[in-house]
Design a protein around this ligand. Sequence first.
Ligand SMILES: [Zn+2]
Length: 247
Amino acid sequence: MADTDVRSLAELLAANKGHAVALTGAGISTESGIPDFRSPGTGLWNRIDPMEYLSVDALYARPETFWQYFAEVFGPTLAAQPNAGHLALAKLEAAGFITGVITQNIDGLHQKAGSRTVYEVHGHLRTVHCQSCGRTYPMSEALAQLKKEPIPHCSECGGRVRPDVVLFGDMMPAAFSQAVAAVERSSLVLVVGSSLTVSPANSLAFQTPHLAIVNREPTPADGRADVVLSGGAGDTLSAVLRELNLA
Ligand SMILES: [Zn+2]
């Protein structure tokens, strides 16, 4: 990460102040101890097939297996804490540089870091809802139930509950169209920790006049980006904050 690149990103943010939105992926949360499920070699996706286990089909056809894997994979994430990358984006929003964060992550760490406007295009881990009566419960309650029974149920009507995350086979939530609108209002998208390979969220990086990318690995959008920084989110964004006198 060269100083000139950090300066370029800071200048780009200053030039588009108030008209920029961040787009984040798994790479921003790895520094909080949450595995990047899609990383080659180490990824959890190499052990289990997400299309098979974390799908709407699995939720209905094999709910016990679904919940067993869901709790194993995402249970530890509930206790994770935001890192310097999340905190930097919250500061950029508070200082008026970005208007919000579009995230592919379901870990809720942007809100924990203090971000106000967060578009969770893949849903979130905070709650589950009853598929019969619609009542919402904290995820922690559903996971606690799982210790006593194979499938969590609605304590009001006995119906089955499901997580408020976007599963394979689900439609995209309202947050996605809100994210599209946020990008349309913006002149700059700042990608942080996303390899831009997951559709349709990755398409957002291609719908903006200016693009900046902070990611450890190359992305398919690097060629059209104004600035590409190949460092970690925490270090890179902390350096950008210093450049903007926000640190
Ligand atoms: Zn219910």
